[in-house]
Design a protein around this ligand. Structure first.
Ligand SMILES: C[S@@+](CC[C@H](N)C(=O)[O-])C[C@H]1O[C@@H](n2cnc3c(N)ncnc32)[C@H](O)[C@@H]1O
Length: 217
């Protein structure tokens, strides 16, 4: 049986120990730093292209995998329209529960003003950085969206405290039986994806759950 610590609930942001701490690699505050613990398989689906499942049972709260790729500025990506493997590092949006994100528990004061002012400011502000897994990455890039997902996205800071550059780690939201497709909520804001001419793009969702919202974006 694999031993690991679990994250019971999604948080605003998780601060882990890192290279600047005097503790070692066995410190319990390094939950997401132990690499892949489950045997993950990339397989082909009928309508969603590639997908990912686990050969092992994944217990609720377990860290599953980290979204890796090239760190890029979003401004660089404005001219790229056919890359399905970009993850915007949008911790602030997640923390404030805007733009399709579920609001998180937490009391980290990151922006000042009334909740309405903060929401308005963030809604207008684009995320600055993204992780581009188009040309390099790991198995995480093949995990599909679901409107009723079994993984949740957690922003983690370990080697610095810059929220714009947080690590993105996926944790199990429930116990996940072997061979069940792994999914997380991409949380696109409808109308936010456009083509090179600025026309809004739409993509039908095939998650097949009773909670399906119909479109990814
Ligand atoms: C990060 S990739 C996931 C892996 C992808 N299925 C593949 O074959 O490489 C994201 C793309 O997968 C497809 N996809 C993911 N979730 C989907 C869903 N629920 N319904 C339809 N297509 C989905 C869309 O084409 C989306 O742009």
């Amino acid at each position: 049986m694999v031993e690991f610590f679990r994250l019971i609930k999604a948080k605003d942001v998780v601060y882990e120990c890192g290279p600047g701490c005097s503790c070692g690699s066995k410190c319990i505050n390094r939950v997401s730093q132990h690499g892949l613990k489950f045997q993950l398989e990339v397989y082909r689906t009928k309508v969603k292209g590639w997908a990912v499942r686990s050969w092992d049972l994944i217990p609720a709260g377990a860290p599953v995998c980290e979204y890796t790729g090239l760190l890029r500025r979003n401004a660089e990506m404005d001219s790229v329209h056919d890359n399905d493997y970009i993850f915007d590092i949008d911790c602030l949006h997640t923390m404030h529960g805007i733009d399709g994100r579920e609001k998180r528990e937490g009391d980290v004061p990151v922006t000042s003003g009334t909740p309405e002012q903060v929401d308005a400011t963030l809604r207008e502000s684009d995320t600055e950085f993204c992780i581009d897994a188009g040309s390099c990455g790991n198995v995480t890039r093949f995990i599909n969206h679901s409107c009723e997902p079994n993984l949740f996205v957690q922003c983690i800071l370990s080697s610095h405290h810059d929220l714009r550059l947080a690590r993105i780690v996926l944790f199990a939201a429930d116990d996940i039986d072997p061979m069940t497709e792994l999914t997380y909520d991409y949380a696109y804001r409808l109308g936010s994806v456009t083509d090179e001419d600025g026309n809004v793009k739409e993509l039908e969702c095939h998650c097949g759950t009773s909670e399906c919202r119909g479109r990814l974006y």
